[in-house]
Design a protein around this ligand. Structure first.
Ligand code: SF4
Length: 61
């Protein structure tokens, strides 16, 4: 799995960090700390992508 955040779409709402702080960190904008998350985090990364209000998180399986 690979994950990216489109910084231009990110509204800094921080749902991603709440759901999966191991991978996402939000200050002015969300940053991906672990671009290739391990399998044990995959479900929460997908959940974060679905929860993102602006669709800024892209997941490549
Ligand atoms: S949930 Fe989406 S909009 Fe909110 S901080 Fe994360 S990437 Fe940005």
């Amino acid at each position: 799995m690979r994950v990216e955040v489109d910084e231009l779409r990110c509204a800094a709402s921080a749902q991603c960090e709440l759901i999966c702080p191991e991978v996402f960190e939000v200050e002015d904008v969300a940053r991906v700390k672990v671009p290739e998350p391990p399998p044990e985090l995959a479900d929460r990364v997908r959940e974060a992508a679905e929860a993102c209000p602006t669709g800024a998180i892209r997941v490549y399986e």
